[in-house]
Design a protein around this ligand. Structure first.
Ligand SMILES: [Zn+2]
Length: 691
């Protein structure tokens, strides 16, 4: 569950929860047996509505109540909704591609097809995985058991990081926030096994009980890896104590949303002085990073605390901690004893009733390891030049609508407006798949190797690929998501909006649907990503992707006043039980939803100019626009999972992603004839309008 990709949280702003949940248990899982995949008749299906609920009372219920009432969450899933249905369809195709690759014994050695087939095939070979048990981990566990000194510990961390294990802290390459053409090294807080620091610091009875279960889980995993039962209990206690100390020194997710708070350019000499117990030269040499003159130490206080721990905690406890980290990371790739124990604990966080079928787990793992090789096959089957042209056309229409709005925004001075327009004009649009595919020739995947070894090799390859970029110019062609992914993102450092082929399909984008549905779905998603360039985080980066304040003080004040209305609005919404949405954690996403819808609505009006405006299935184009937005966020979520998302997910629950922004939009009230005082109409003095 250790999050290996903290830079996603630091740099990319995704559309949905799938890339943002920070835990393998939390990731939205694909499926092929969807109870909802086949039940959509037409782009807007009346059977999905609850017409007993007035649209002005609770629009989410009106638009989705029928679907919500009849659609259970499949047993292997924490949540089920439009994203899953689409991922499902993608995965049926991906499965057939991987089955063919695995069956093709004639694929040239070293070719992408051979690697895909060998990786997926070794994952599907459950007989062999069972017979091996924990054996393939023996060399790593032996190394970890040899850690005696702080220098050993830090050196071993470099080896484990290369193998994909997120022990102690994170270290990776990323754009320099203040010099966006260059890649620098980031040292980032990390080393936890639970999904967030707050899990270690909360004192409510539920959190205390969960920590007790976590400690039991750590003990069981240590036992499975060969630690005698008597020692495993005590060892687990020490592991939780170490992780709790790391958590206490860690920034909260809300604190990390401030890019200035996680930017501390530090020379290597300064870092060494700050953390005298940590031999950085050895870390860097082992990691294969020859020369790092300076780097971003994202959380200096974390590293100071880590340095004290490195010195103070006995070597035996560090050995246990590393052993746990190795086993926790490898568990999904090992025999059923490990897989089941891992799943059993994760159920506390997801509520899922059963494991995903093996092929779905293997498919996800293959996408993570060889995503651009798999993606290449995927787009050949699904995403031709015509699809790319249509999607690009829509992006351009949305950009034109935002340009128009920026030009007329009453609260913004011309000085700031000029900068904002310049930033919009500099957007880089990426559609479908990369122009240049990643070269996997340096990655060896061997059908005769244990599956977990292939997983580690893939991690090593990805790590080397990432660290090689340090000290080099930024490659603007690179992608942060694989082509089949049902998601999208904005990257402030590259000032780019990115839409993988996986999301450019129904219900988001349907070539057979009317404009209203496509603008309310994909159009609003595009607007959402564009608005991230101007959300409370993104607005702090300039046209070139540099963290630089381009706002007049008066305009910045205006912005903050308006954003505070959004934060306060979402603070009032209940997510699950009595747990409320965190308005500050979800602020950027909520601003992006509101801005995205506003811009997409304007773009739809432009697209409809001079065209007939037929009522379809009883709804006007404007009504269909809002229905389309509502249906992409429909979902059923297990309470356990909803409780975790409140802590870790910067996105609000689907219901509030619908009702929250629409309550601020006069366009919505007009489309459905809602009146002042209706629950879906926010009072003027509370109503947020930013972009
Ligand atoms: Zn977003």
């Amino acid at each position: 569950m250790t999050s290996l990709r903290p830079w996603l949280a630091a740099a990319l702003v995704a559309l949905g929860a799938s890339a943002a949940a920070g835990s393998d248990a939390a990731a939205q899982q694909p499926s092929a047996e969807s109870p909802a995949a086949a039940d959509q008749r037409g782009p807007i299906d009346r059977a999905n509505l609850d017409t007993a609920c007035a649209p002005c009372k609770d629009f989410y219920q009106f638009a989705n109540g029928g679907w919500v009432a009849r659609t259970p969450v499949p047993a292997a899933y924490p949540q089920w909704g439009s994203f899953n249905v689409l991922a499902d369809r993608n995965n049926a195709l991906l499965r057939s591609l991987l089955d063919s690759a695995a069956a093709n014994k004639a694929a040239p050695a070293g070719s992408n097809e051979q690697k895909l087939g060998a990786f997926y095939g070794s994952c599907m070979d459950s007989t062999r995985i069972e017979s091996e048990g924990a054996k393939p981990l023996a060399p790593v566990l032996k190394r970890v058991a040899a850690v005696k000194t702080p220098a050993d510990l830090v050196t071993e961390a470099a080896r484990l990081h290369a193998e994909g294990v997120g022990a102690l802290f994170g270290f990776f390459a990323n754009e320099d926030f203040k010099n966006s053409t260059q890649v620098i090294a980031y040292a980032y807080q990390g080393g936890l096994g639970l999904p967030d620091r707050d899990y270690y610091t909360r004192t409510d009875s539920g959190s205390v009980a969960l920590r007790a279960k976590y400690e039991e889980h750590v003990a069981r995993m240590l036992e499975l890896a060969g630690t005698p039962a008597a020692q495993a209990q005590a060892g687990a206690r020490r592991v939780v104590a170490i992780e709790t100390a790391l958590a206490r020194a860690s920034m909260t997710r809300v604190q990390q949303r401030d890019p200035n708070a996680i930017y501390h350019k530090t020379t290597l000499a300064e870092l060494k002085a700050m953390t005298p117990s940590m031999p950085w030269d050895r870390y860097l040499a082992t990691a294969g990073v020859p020369s790092v003159a300076s780097l971003n130490v994202a959380q200096p206080e974390f590293f100071k605390a880590l340095d004290s721990l490195v010195k103070a905690v006995p070597a035996a406890d560090w050995q246990t901690y590393l052993r746990w980290q190795v086993v926790d990371d490898a568990a999904p790739s090992l025999s059923s004893a490990f897989v089941n124990e891992n799943f059993r604990f994760n159920q506390q966080l997801t509520g899922a009733k059963e494991l995903l079928p093996r092929w779905k787990r293997c498919l996800q793992a293959t996408d993570a390891a060889l995503g651009e090789a798999l993606g290449q096959l995927y787009v050949e089957k699904t995403f031709g030049p015509e699809a790319k042209r249509r999607a690009l056309e829509m992006v351009r229409n949305l950009e034109a609508a935002l340009q128009d709005r920026l030009g007329r925004l009453a609260w913004m001075s011309d000085t700031t407006r000029k900068q904002a327009l310049g930033k919009l004009a500099a957007f880089q649009d990426k559609i479908g798949y990369p122009d240049k595919w990643r070269d996997y020739s340096a990655l060896t995947v061997d059908a005769r190797s244990p599956y977990v070894v292939n997983v580690m090799r893939a991690a090593q390859f990805a790590r080397a690929y990432n660290l090689r970029k340090i000290g080099k110019p930024v490659d603007r062609g690179e992608w942060g998501m694989t082509p089949p992914t049902v998601n999208a993102y904005y990257n402030p450092s590259k000032n780019e909006i990115v839409f993988p082929a996986g999301i450019l399909q129904p219900p988001f984008f349907d070539p057979k649907a009317d404009d209203a549905v496509n603008y309310g779905g994909m159009g609003a998603v595009i607007g959402h990503e564009m608005t991230h360039g101007f959300d409370d985080q993104g607005r702090q980066f300039d046209a070139q992707g540099n963290l630089r304040d381009w706002w007049t003080p008066a305009d910045a004040e205006q912005y903050k006043t308006r954003a505070t209305l959004v934060a306060n609005q979402f603070d009032q919404y209940v997510s699950v039980d009595t747990l409320k949405v965190n308005g500050k954690l979800t602020l950027g996403e909520n601003i992006a939803d509101l801005g995205g819808l506003t811009i997409a609505y304007a773009a739809l009006q432009k697209a409809l100019e001079g065209k007939p405006r037929p009522t379809i299935d009883g709804f006007t184009p404007e009504q269909r626009f809002f229905l389309a937005w509502a249906q992409i966020w429909r979902n059923n979520t297990r309470p356990e999972y909803a409780r975790m998302l409140v802590t870790v997910d910067p996105h609000s629950p689907g219901k509030w992603r619908v009702n929250g922004p629409l309550g601020n939009m006069p366009e919505f009230a007009k489309a459905f004839g809602c009146k002042a005082g209706d629950p879906m109409v926010r009072a003027d003095k509370q109503r947020a309008e930013i972009w």
